[in-house]
Design a protein around this ligand. Structure first.
Ligand SMILES: CC(C)(COP(=O)(O)OP(=O)(O)OC[C@H]1O[C@@H](n2cnc3c(N)ncnc32)[C@H](O)[C@@H]1OP(=O)(O)O)[C@@H](O)C(=O)NCCC(=O)NCCS
Length: 351
């Protein structure tokens, strides 16, 4: 039984300083700035510095989120981390983050690719709804660039590193996650896969010689899935919320490819002004993409109390995860801190 609504009362993000532009990539693989922009909308992505870990990025985003929420790490009841590119298989990044923060609460990791943050958010919401926990940190983080084959133009131009985090706390009125739509079609999993290093294909010289320690993707199949599931899951989550598109103030889709977003916008006949896009600056940061976009939307003044926001994601698995979130807290003026460097792009035309 629902005991309490949850609200997002803290938020933070971190992206590495180093920018890798399409022009840099032109020197590394057979590609061009024009091709990448036309097919994906991506202009640059961030790459972690040597020695900078996913844990470091998660820590920076989490500290900001706690500061915005006015909480100390020891106030937390639970930490949920979403990542598919952990620093270690064992221990989980959630535990290393818990230690780095100086938190004393339970912590676990969700590994559903780019949908991980929304899966984590919906999971965190359940603990608050049942009254079990009151202060939950949900983090999406990916240090994905070490898992990319920098000679494979099909994948290396698409992804980037980063982290985003939110704090969930109880709300007296309808706030936070009002509805969700989660799904998985494991039959399609082979289309986005990192084959080597796990139990099925343990680390070996041969595995590395075969390049199986890199992310592989069937771009066309993932594109087909994404363009189908983005509108489908948007409609499903709106149905679950008892809302129509007109009730939604802002849609934050997973930032994988501006063309995928554009096709969904056209199909659903959404006002493009309601759709947040920053894939041009960061590429696909997987589980970090939605929380980074949410934080930038806040920083740009695009999120106000009572706004209803649809978060819609798709990714490895293949999975999808969407949530309608009602915004609760006012955004303090200091949260406009990076607004100046944020340049929203128009959704590029579908080819
Ligand atoms: C990867 C993707 C951008 C490719 O775009 P596309 O328009 O579908 O391109 P195609 O796959 O049809 O390939 C067209 C050609 O471009 C080439 N190409 C691929 N990447 C290239 C690059 N970076 N630069 C130049 N050419 C490239 C292909 O090799 C192909 O050449 P060919 O016709 O000689 O075989 C697109 O399929 C995509 O975005 N898929 C979804 C990816 C995704 O979102 N993944 C993460 C999900 S969470």
């Amino acid at each position: 039984m629902l005991q309490s609504y949850s609200q997002i009362s803290g938020w933070g993000k971190y992206v590495p300083e180093k920018r890798l532009t399409n022009f840099d990539l032109e020197k590394m693989v057979d590609t061009s700035h024009e091709w990448i922009v036309q097919r994906t909308g991506i202009e640059e992505r961030r790459v972690a510095a040597k020695g900078e870990t996913g844990g470091d990025m998660a820590l920076a985003a989490s500290r900001q989120a706690l500061e915005t929420a006015g909480l100390k790490p020891t106030d937390l009841d639970l930490i949920i981390v979403a990542t598919s590119t952990p620093d270690y298989f064992v221990p989980a990044l959630s535990s290393t983050l818990q230690a780095a923060l100086g938190a004393t609460c339970p912590a676990f990791t969700v590994m559903t690719g780019c949908t991980g943050f929304v899966y984590g958010l919906v999971t965190g919401h359940q603990f608050i709804a049942t009254g079990a926990f009151k202060r939950i940190l949900v983090v999406g983080v990916e240090l994905i660039t070490p898992f990319l084959d920098w000679e494979d133009r099909n994948t290396c131009v698409l992804f980037g590193d980063g982290a985003g985090a939110v704090v969930l706390t109880p709300s007296p009125g309808p706030r936070g996650v009002l509805a969700f739509d989660l799904g998985s079609n494991g039959e399609l999993g082979h289309n986005l896969i990192l084959e080597g290093g796990g139990g099925a294909n343990p680390m070996s010289h041969q595995m590395i010689d075969n390049g199986q320690h890199y992310l592989k993707m069937n771009g066309r199949e993932v594109f087909k899935f994404a363009t189908r599931i983005l509108p489908q899951s948007t409609q499903a989550v709106l149905n679950n919320a008892g809302m129509g598109l007109d009730d939604i103030d802002l849609i934050i889709p997973h930032q994988a490819n501006a063309r995928i977003i554009d096709l969904a916008v056209r199909y659903l006949k959404i006002d493009p002004k309601k759709v947040f896009v920053n894939v041009n600056k960061y590429g696909n940061t997987s589980a970090a993409s939605i929380p980074i976009a949410l934080v930038e939307a806040i920083e740009q003044g695009r999120v106000k109390p009572d706004d209803k926001i649809a978060l819609v994601s798709f990714g490895a698995g293949l999975t999808w995860a969407s949530a309608v979130v009602q915004w609760g807290v006012a955004v303090p003026p200091s949260n406009g801190r990076v607004a100046a460097e944020t340049v929203p792009v128009e959704v590029v035309a579908a080819s």
